[in-house]
Design a protein around this ligand. Structure first.
Ligand SMILES: NC(=O)c1ccc[n+]([C@@H]2O[C@H](COP(=O)([O-])OP(=O)(O)OC[C@H]3O[C@@H](n4cnc5c(N)ncnc54)[C@H](OP(=O)(O)O)[C@@H]3O)[C@@H](O)[C@H]2O)c1
Length: 360
């Protein structure tokens, strides 16, 4: 596989930092540019990120010396330097939509962590093991944008990675109804305990916009391409509540579900154990060996012990048992800034690379 040159747009943020640490020794992708707001531009990355560096490993040496570019003002320069960009910025939705389209129209593919384009009907929202076929919408999007090469692809919200992965292999049993309560880490808000001390010994029962994303995005993932757009699935019915909890990394979900054709516990566990997708078939560098890990211990999965399973790319499940209102209930977990953000976007980019979408 050839090496692709990439830029991280939003490099100083929580997800941007995660991108840089995951890409440090990546076999296919080399970070040649970093960009952020005008506030950071013009300074070395090390200086611009300063005390905000929140990763367990040090700032990658080469990246630390790069001069931060202005994501908007330097877009043409960046697009000329790279094969594609990763984008994770905290801006108004319409500004993000415009920024991402700007890069795409500069013929630079955008692998996005942002939610701004998730409901755009010809923008694929890829969870690589679940819906790789949605990449086939890209030619329709390119036609709308008037590009030959540039396009935007998004990854879904961090809250849903674990339970949508868990439900997906069970869809053949006609999943009819889902209730999911999520318990989400503070890094999901770009924060640490140092920058958000109010979260110590606290739970905040509200995360703006999160429940809508957690209920609606799975329907696009399970949708189908029809006449150049992705038409959302109609089932299952999903309802959620999303809470912020005092955890650094790792989003947990308590899930209840019912089926049209109720499988046995054994059948569910067999489907989970056997599940594998295109990333595993293609042996993509960031693909976990198994997306789904089932824990038999009654007190697992736990955020601190399990979030790094398969380098943070797994969906960890436990406590599958019958329920009195729904058919079954279980608990699941995924790392929100790895599988749920940077790692998920890197795996998505590996899939596009393997299928030749970045080649001119
Ligand atoms: N954290 C998660 O677990 C997670 C998971 C999935 C998706 N996301 C999404 O990823 C995106 C970034 O989240 P985050 O948690 O990394 O946020 P964050 O830590 O607040 O970082 C925000 C980044 O955006 C940059 N930025 C802000 N205003 C800008 C502007 N006008 N022009 C260019 N860059 C600008 C910042 O640069 P400066 O340092 O120069 O201000 C910084 O690099 C958001 O859309 C978020 O919803 C986050």
């Amino acid at each position: 596989m050839k090496t692709y040159r990439v830029a991280v747009v939003g490099a100083t943020g929580m997800v941007g930092q995660r991108f840089l640490s995951l890409l440090e020794n990546h076999p296919w992708f080399e970070v040649v540019a970093v960009a952020a707001s005008a506030r950071s531009a013009g300074r070395s990355y090390r200086e611009a990120v300063g005390g905000r560096w929140a990763m367990a490993t040090p700032i990658p040496q080469k990246t630390g010396d790069l001069i931060v570019l202005d994501a908007d003002a330097d877009a043409a320069k960046i697009a000329g330097m790279v094969d594609f960009v990763f984008c994770a910025v905290d801006m108004k939705k319409e500004e993000i939509r415009a920024l991402e389209e700007k890069y795409a129209k500069l013929e630079c593919p955008v692998m996005s962590n942002n939610s701004a384009h998730r409901s755009t009907p010809d923008v694929p929202m890829i969870l690589p093991e679940l819906n790789p076929e949605h990449m086939e919408i890209v030619p329709f999007q390119r036609k709308r944008l008037g590009t030959t090469h540039g396009f935007i692809s998004v990854k879904p919200n961090c809250s849903l990675q674990s339970y949508v992965s868990a439900i997906h292999p069970l869809r053949e049993f006609g999943v009819s109804k889902v209730l999911a309560c999520t318990y989400q880490a503070i890094s999901g808000a770009g924060k640490t305990f140092a920058t958000w001390p109010e979260m110590v010994d606290n739970v905040i029962p509200y995360i703006g916009g999160e429940e809508e994303k957690s209920e609606q995005e799975p329907m696009k993932i399970w949708g189908r391409i029809e006449n150049g757009v992705i038409v959302n699935a109609q089932t299952p019915a999903i309802t959620t509540q999303c809470l912020r909890v005092p955890v650094t990394d790792g989003h947990m979900a308590a899930v209840f579900l019912s089926f049209d054709r109720k499988p046995s516990i054994q059948e569910i566990k067999e489907r989970w154990a056997a599940f594998s997708g295109e990333p595993q078939k293609l042996r993509l560098p960031s693909a976990p060996e198994h997306l789904i890990h089932y824990f038999e211990e009654p007190d697992m999965p736990q955020t601190r012990l399990c979030r790094d399973t398969e380098h943070g790319m797994a969906a960890c499940i436990g406590r599958l048992r019958p329920d009195s209102q729904y058919d079954y209930k279980f608990v699941c977990l995924s790392h929100n800034t790895i599988r749920g953000a940077a790692g998920g976007a890197i795996l998505m980019a590996e899939l596009y690379a393997a299928k030749g979408y970045f080649d001119r």
